[in-house]
Ligand binder design. Structure first.
Ligand code: NAD
Length: 734
């Protein structure tokens, strides 16, 4: 059985069907292109074949390239991996170019056979690139989406998609698909010029065949293969093209701060490619693609954002337990978090009982779903029927009896141990013995909260991030007594709501907040020292963090920072290390500058809540020192503050799997995505260099920067984290 098969029908159409055996989604394997070429040669040389339709034997067309293939080619290529990757890419170009020319005479452009692509559902990456090489693309109405999302994992479309699509619609129009990785539904894809026709699903094959049988000579020669072709929107030296490229270059650098090489390489491939004939442009694309593949950041991003993210979503660390999919969910507390949790669950088809202390609060929580769905309708992403279905699944109540029959409860009431204990007991009185109880606490120990429960084995933490509907990560926290079924339940629930889980053990601030807080604190501490606030914020931005530490604390609110600081100080006593940080935060809180919600914090905000400049009043209290540290020093402090905490979490067993540490960091708080996460970054700079940086920082700023033993051991051994622990929790135990 091969991934592609061909059948010639009585009308003279050869149908090439992509149907990878044993998989639910087509992905392109290393050898599949050779099969495609053999089938193509057969169809092109057979006089009875008038044209070709490429389609899929599955519900979708293709998910893209198997990214493990690229990693394998690089790893097995000996001392010239770049050559191996370039050759592989060029081989793909050669075959897709053969498909595109379809036997036409290179001089006269005559004699080619039409090739259509019939796309039954999702098409992404190389799947879309194969479709783009065809002469005509037709998609089934309302089924799946199509696009080139490579940029999202640190690559760019390197199978000809960049060169073809930018030449089809022009650099400017291609930007949302190429630079932002937007996936489009069939109707949008048609207006964006990615496909040519949308037809009812039942007519898909017939429509493709009809096109093939009726195509004229002009339909099967791509514009760039015709004399006098000009790039839509203007090539770089055309006045309009010049403006486009200047603008695009500024935009890409502004948005990526120069730390995502793929975006820049993509733009270079389009720019340089636009100046030369098509085949040379493909070669340029292949060179830039190789350069991106050889960049350590692409390895790191593919590993965290694709391979490991998927592994975690598929249950890499799920205990062996029968399916625990949630049927009926109880959410306690219909505030900001509870309302968001109710929405994502109902949206995933789960019946939800949303309970609060009074009916108004419960109704307000339910109305949150309504407003999100209304926004979706405005943007044409949600239909009124879908809204009615989702709203129909949410019952807002104050009555605990309504929780009967729930198999999972997520508690999101006030962050108060007494209130949480009270609701836990009230729930236990009405639910079945096997109902799992989860708390969404950010700061309270799971083991402590579990004491109120009738069965600590069924008690677990499921920690969402705000805003719940947008944030991709969910942190699952095992208390000491938490049983396997509770973990499986939490993981199955997270799978149902299509988020990415990490599973950690119970310790102060769990994993994500444990790392974010030192990042914020290091930024605030620098303010106290007299470091220019703009330097602090820009240093973070230039590392690829979405928010600088001062902006982050404004967003999460300064009074929350004060609250956490007071609780932590009470918990740690004399060992509490952050008095200098508190001085700044407490002072701001005293000034009423509580962050964005108060319209004043480290930043200023206008009447509409739009963020302005850093507040100049800060300097009156914390004067900026004449002597400023260099950028790298500030960046090392901001990075190490988080990264060392991640290493300690792993060393102490809070984190059991470095893959979770990395995926959690990138998805949870936007940790420099190009690095793949804290462990990816340490491997990238090398553990020995990391230790040297720690030694300098420890000398100048104190013991919080002391290299953890584990980091020293890895540096001494000359190994790296992924070399030692990349195989998951089992590798850690070994
Ligand atoms: P919130 O104040 O917006 O909502 C809490 C809700 O719980 C309110 O509607 C309140 O009426 C209700 N409530 C209080 N006592 C109750 C009781 N006895 N019975 C029923 N309902 C009761 O708070 P929030 O921001 O949604 O946070 C809720 C929980 O989630 C807290 O434990 C918090 O630490 C945690 N959390 C918050 C965030 C965040 O960013 N806000 C993030 C992760 C976790």
């Amino acid at each position: 059985m091969t991934d592609f098969t061909m059948q010639k029908d009585a009308d003279g159409v050869a149908i090439i069907t992509w149907d990878v055996p044993g998989k639910s989604m087509n992905v392109l394997s290393r050898d599949a292109f050779a099969t495609v070429e053999a089938l193509l040669d057969d169809a092109l040389s057979d006089d009875a074949v008038k044209g070709i339709v490429i389609t899929s034997g599955k519900k979708d067309f293709a998910g893209g390239m198997d990214l493990n293939v690229l990693a394998t080619i690089r790893d097995q290529a000996g001392d010239d991996p770049a050559r191996a990757l370039f050759d592989f890419t060029m081989e793909g170009h050669r075959i897709l170019r053969k498909l595109e020319r379809a036997g036409a005479d290179p001089k006269t452009n005559k004699g080619g056979k039409p090739v259509a692509c019939a796309i039954p559902g999702l098409a992404a990456g190389i799947g879309t690139e194969i479709a783009l090489a065809c002469h005509h693309r037709v998609m089934a109405e309302g089924k799946g989406r199509i696009g080139l999302p490579e940029i999202m994992v640190g690559l760019f479309p390197g199978g000809g998609g960049t060169t073809r699509y930018s030449r089809m619609v022009g650099a400017m129009a291609a930007a949302p698909v190429l630079l932002e990785g937007k996936m489009l539904d069939p109707a949008r894809a048609k207006s964006a010029g990615l496909i040519d026709a949308v037809v009812p699903a039942n007519d898909l094959m017939q429509a493709a065949k009809d096109w093939v049988l009726n195509a004229g000579p002009a339909d099967i020669v791509k514009p760039w293969d015709q004399k006098g072709w000009k790039m839509p929107g203007g090539a770089p030296y055309h006045p309009a093209g010049f403006m486009t490229f200047v603008g695009a270059s500024a935009m890409v650098n502004g948005q990526t701060q120069g730390v995502f090489p793929a975006a820049r390489a993509l733009l270079s491939a389009i720019y340089e490619g636009a100046l030369v004939p098509f085949d040379t442009a493909l070669k340029i694309e292949a060179r830039w693609f190789t350069s991106v593949l050889m960049d350590p950041t692409s390895t790191a991003m593919i590993r965290s954002l694709f391979i490991n993210k998927q592994a975690l979503e598929k249950g890499a660390n799920r205990p062996d337990a029968p399916d625990q999919s949630v049927r009926r969910l109880g959410v306690l507390g219909a505030g900001m978090m509870g309302a968001g949790i109710a929405y994502v669950a109902a949206n995933a088809g789960i019946d939800v009982v949303l309970l609060d202390q009074d009916q108004d609060a419960a109704d307000r929580g339910r109305a949150h779903s309504e407003s999100l769905l209304d926004k979706g309708i405005q943007r044409k992403k949600v239909t009124p029927e879908k809204k009615a279905q989702v709203m129909g699944r949410i019952t807002a109540t104050t009555d605990y009896e309504a929780l009967k029959g729930c198999d999972l409860i997520v508690e999101a009431v006030f962050e108060d141990i007494g209130v949480k204990a009270q609701v836990t007991k009230a729930v236990d009185a009405v639910t079945d013995a096997d109902c799992i109880f989860a708390t969404n606490t950010s700061t309270l120990p799971i083991g402590e909260l579990a004491k109120a429960s009738k069965d600590a084995g069924n008690f677990i933490g499921i920690h969402f991030f705000s805003p719940v509907d947008k944030m991709l990560l969910v942190e699952i926290i095992k208390g000491e007594a938490t049983g396997d079924r509770a973990v499986a339940k939490a993981l199955d629930f997270v799978r149902q709501i299509r988020k990415t889980p990490i599973v950690v053990n119970d310790a102060r601030f769990f994993y994500a907040n444990r790392c974010i807080i030192p990042y914020i604190n290091e930024g605030v501490r620098m303010v106290k020292e007299g470091v220019e606030p703009a330097l602090i914020e820009n240093a973070a931005k230039l590392l690829g963090f979405p928010l600088g530490p001062l902006q982050l604390v404004d967003e999460t609110s300064i009074d929350l920072g004060v609250k956490i600081a007071k609780a932590t100080r009470a918990g740690m006593g004399d060992a509490y290390p952050d008095a200098e940080v508190d001085e700044v935060l407490f002072w701001l809180a005293d000034q009423g500058r509580l962050g964005r919600k108060a319209g004043a914090g480290f930043y200023t905000y206008d009447d509409k809540g739009k963020r302005g400049l850093l507040w100049d009043g800060l300097e009156g209290q914390y004067p900026v020192a004449g002597d400023q540290p260099d950028l790298t020093r500030v960046q090392h402090r901001l990075m190490m503050a988080q990264v060392l905490e991640a290493v300690r979490a792993f060393e102490q067993g809070v984190l059991e799997d470095i893959r979770e540490g990395d995926v959690g960091a990138v998805l949870g708080w936007g940790f420099a995505p190009w690095s793949g996460g804290p462990f990816g970054w340490l491997d990238m700079i090398g553990p020995a260099r990391a230790v040297a940086i720690c030694e300098t920082l420890e000398r100048e700023y104190g013991a919080r920067f002391a290299a953890p033993d584990l980091l020293r051991r890895i540096a001494d051994d000359g190994t790296i984290f992924y070399g030692r622990f990349g195989g998951g929790a089992a590798a850690r135990a070994a």
